[in-house]
Design a binder for this molecule. Structure first.
Ligand code: BV8
Ligand code: ZN
Length: 233
């Protein structure tokens, strides 16, 4: 199949993972220098850890907020955002929690795994945007429960309406571009199957092969910024 060009499609879904933000300086999870290589998610990024030691979990997430706060959207984020300003309808389905797609100007964004810059009360579930790099106030002002990062940890259920909206967008798309995901985390890793069902052209942007590579028509084996520049050419 010839390399597709964004301009030839009407309904595009960009499905992004940590590799999308790698060139912005945000560490990935599993590659070289990956976050899970340095930190055991069972100690810092799951409900049990939070129940055991909420301060340690907050220390880890404040550290990550510091890392992400120093990063800006890269050329790839801007290409994705610009694609949504043309005649095509564009949906960004992201596993990323860094907020860089919104910063680049993308409008239709579905954050499957939540957002580092939002908090949720672990008791009464109210949510709050929170721009502080270091979160000081850890008790909910409504019920006195613990604020926790509004992130989907392992073992947490994804927010059903967001997952449903992602599946619907993919079932209606004619181009599905996966960017920088190792395709090992579920249920997000099921999503390329929906693009196959939709009969969409499926592009995988990743320097490496992944367990999902066979599901794609086109493989662009390179960094997100360069490969997206080719698609936008
Ligand atoms: C759930 C929190 C119900 C955020 C994360 C089947 C169905 C449902 C669930 C499961 C299932 N099987 C197993 C499960 C349980 C589990 C799971 O998937 N386990 C896996 C590991 C086996 N799933 C869950 O728990 C989910 N919850 O389904 O609840 C349930 C519960 C229990 C049991 C059954 C059902 C919750 C999943 C969300 C977990 N949250 N993190 C945080 O703290 O940061 S995981 C983490 O992985 C992030 O969320 C991240 O978004 C996600 C995926 O990682 P990637 O984005 O792909 O990043 P990665 O580093 O892995 O790869 C980067 C890629 O980029 C590489 O391929 C690299 O080559 C490439 N790259 C590098 N540089 C570049 C590049 N590409 C382009 N350009 C570059 N420059
Ligand atoms: Zn509360």
């Amino acid at each position: 199949m010839p390399e597709p060009r964004l301009r030839d499609f009407k309904r595009i879904v960009f499905f992004t993972g940590a590799g999308m933000s790698a060139e912005s300086g945000v560490p990935t999870y599993r590659g070289a220098g990956g976050i899970w290589k340095e930190y055991d998610y069972r100690r810092y990024a799951c409900q049990d850890a939070f129940n055991r030691d909420p301060e340690a979990v907050w220390e880890f997430h404040n550290y990550r907020r510091g890392l992400v706060a120093a990063c800006s959207p890269n050329r790839g984020h801007h290409i994705v955002a610009r694609a949504g300003q043309g005649s095509a309808r564009v949906t960004v389905v992201t596993q990323n929690i860094d907020g860089l797609h919104a910063l680049a100007g993308s409008r239709e964004i579905l954050e499957l795994h939540g957002n580092l810059w939002r908090v949720r009360c672990d008791t009464c579930n109210i949510k709050q945007q929170d721009a502080h790099v270091v979160r000081e106030e850890l008790q909910c002002d409504r019920c006195g429960g613990w604020w926790r990062p509004d992130i989907v940890w392992f073992g947490d259920y994804l927010h059903e309406p967001i997952l449903d909206a992602a599946q619907a967008a993919i079932l209606g798309c004619d181009l599905f571009v996966s960017i920088g995901t190792s395709a090992v985390v579920y249920p997000a890793a099921y999503l390329p199957e929906y693009a196959r069902k939709a009969g969409a052209v499926r592009v995988e942007i990743n320097p490496d092969e992944t367990p999902a590579s066979d599901l794609y028509d086109v493989h662009l084996r390179g960094p997100a910024t360069e490969m997206l520049a080719r698609l936008a050419g």
